[in-house]
Design a protein around this ligand. Structure first.
Ligand SMILES: Cc1cc2nc3c(=O)[nH]c(=O)nc-3n(C[C@H](O)[C@H](O)[C@H](O)COP(=O)(O)OP(=O)(O)OC[C@H]3O[C@@H](n4cnc5c(N)ncnc54)[C@H](O)[C@@H]3O)c2cc1C
Length: 478
């Protein structure tokens, strides 16, 4: 018997799941991807329209079919290569594509599977938004914003990142102020800011970097401050010469991960950090950059994280996550170059400071801060403030009605670590009673509490591929 599979969210995760299922099923199931955007594949990250927004890692880690690291490069050459995007290729080889191009690439792969796929699955894009879901016997009834509803045998939640929550001092004072942009992915609002505006970015990581280069491209003349508690700027990539000795897909799917093979299974965060530091010192003695041992850990998180006790995971989220992220998510070189120029000419500065208060008596927004290192208290006026504090990690704090419904209807719960949804090791949702449901799966960044770092595209794909045989079995024997 064929089944109906509903995928809620058609970004990279939803598209990759549909593609993999259509390749590996042995029956012609019906796969419906519910996604309000025009295409399936781009999602939030790759539907930006700004040409300055680039992938934060090179072409060979962005693929849809595992094991084919040349996929995106071939696609780029087909588009015209350097004639199509002169800034994409680095002098030492790798490509850092515009994010909208990667979105287009994934969308094309999705469409080609809609047209033909090995299992002859029917793949539909339902251009709608899921707002509610209830269990009906062994199936699920999904309510859509349009008023329609659909019934599915298996549901995959791939709704992912939600816009950042607004930090308290801003939420209390300037939420409605025309100069305050709460949602950094509202690119139109960012583009409308006056060129001479005194600009404040709350957050100093990749989202702030993206939007600073957007403003620079538009000819921004005013001073720009990027501020966060620690003031960390995302780090830089290594030269391509410092290459991995093993293909990337092998690194992230091998039986025993690189870090675990070397250091065993650690139970304490401190021991993980100590092992990493020792590896970095050894690498430095060999003349190698810190990024190589760090990447060995990043590519092993899926085996390191599950062995840490809950208290250690919570400790990581409280104290180490920002530090980890800043080393893990690296600036695309083109973006880094433009930021460096703006810093050198004195237009852009990064600050580590605590926000004490926010006032907006007139047109400007006054932000009082205390410097993290000098303790200096100061008060600055800004014409525009952009909230770049990172996606809201708790599904129950978002305003996504579908995520709210999953919790309210007791079909899923927040992971005990306090981020993402609770899932078992097969990505099955764990409900309010603590039972997992093999017909309700969650993939992508929403599984961060369980897996630690399921965020970049190859990692997301590795979970989908790992569990696909078992999911197909559930569908076809159930
Ligand atoms: C700005 C940004 C840049 C990034 N850059 C990179 C990068 O260069 N390389 C990399 O590997 N990773 C990058 N990432 C990480 C990124 O999370 C993953 O690569 C991947 O894009 C996640 O895909 P996703 O489909 O899970 O999520 P998303 O891209 O967020 O897609 C989720 C989709 O679900 C839809 N949706 C949400 N709610 C509903 C609902 N109720 N009903 C129906 N549909 C719904 C949304 O419309 C959206 O299209 C980036 C992330 C961000 C936020």
């Amino acid at each position: 018997m064929t089944k109906h599979i509903a995928i809620i969210g058609g970004g990279y995760t939803g598209a990759a799941f549909a593609i993999q299922l259509s390749q590996h099923a042995s029956r012609a199931h019906t796969i419906s991807v519910i996604e309000p955007r025009e295409t399936v594949g781009a999602g939030l990250a790759y539907s930006t329209t700004d040409p300055e927004h680039r992938l934060n890692a090179p072409d060979m880690v962005h693929f849809v079919t595992p094991d084919d690291q040349q996929q995106l490069r071939r696609w780029f050459e087909e588009q015209g290569g350097a004639r199509y995007d002169a800034e994409a290729e680095m002098a030492d080889g790798p490509l850092f594509l515009r994010r909208f191009d990667f979105g287009r690439f994934v969308a094309e792969q999705f469409i080609s599977h809609q047209n033909a796929n090995p299992s002859r699955a029917t793949i539909d894009h339902i251009r709608d938004r899921a707002i509610d879901m209830v269990k009906q016997g062994a199936s699920f009834r999904i309510m859509l914003e349009s008023g329609e509803d659909i019934v599915a045998n298996l549901v995959v939640v791939a709704t992912s990142n939600e816009r950042p929550s607004v930090p308290a001092p801003f939420a209390e004072t300037v939420l409605e102020h025309p100069g305050f942009i709460a949602n950094p992915w509202n690119i139109e609002a960012v583009q409308e800011i006056s060129k001479d505006a005194r600009l404040l970015f709350v957050g100093t990581a990749l989202t702030a970097a993206d939007l600073i280069v957007t403003r620079l491209r538009l000819g921004h003349r005013g001073p720009i401050t990027a501020l966060s508690r620690r003031g960390f700027r995302s780090t830089r990539r290594t030269a391509a010469g410092a290459a991995y000795t093993e293909p990337f897909w092998n690194r992230i799917t091998r039986g025993t991960s690189l870090f675990v093979a070397k250091h065993g299974r650690q139970k304490r965060l401190l021991d993980v950090v100590a092992a990493l530091r020792a590896d970095i010192r050894a690498a430095a003695a060999r003349g190698e950059p810190w990024q190589l041992p760090f990447d060995d850990l990043r590519d092993s998180v899926w085996q390191v994280w599950p062995h840490l006790p809950l208290s250690e995971k919570r400790r990581f989220m409280r104290h180490l996550r920002t530090r980890y992220d800043v080393h893990r998510f690296r600036l695309p070189p083109q973006v880094e170059g433009k930021l460096d120029i703006a810093i050198a000419r004195g237009q852009l500065r990064y600050r580590a400071a605590h926000i004490m208060s926010v006032l907006a008596p007139g047109d400007a927004i006054t932000v009082a801060t205390q410097d993290r290192y000098s303790g200096e208290l100061r008060s600055d006026m800004f014409d525009a403030v952009i909230n770049c504090t990172g996606p809201e990690p708790r599904p129950d704090r978002t305003d996504n009605p579908f995520m709210q419904a999953l919790i309210a209807n007791r079909l899923a719960r927040v992971h005990p670590v306090g981020v993402g949804f609770d899932v078992d090791n097969n990505c099955s949702a764990i409900n309010a009673n603590g039972a997992s449901d093999p017909c309700l799966r969650i993939f992508g960044p929403l599984t961060i509490g369980q897996f630690g770092d399921p965020q970049g595209t190859p990692f997301i794909l590795s979970y989908i591929c790992k569990h696909m045989p078992e999911i197909v079995e559930v569908l076809e024997t159930g």
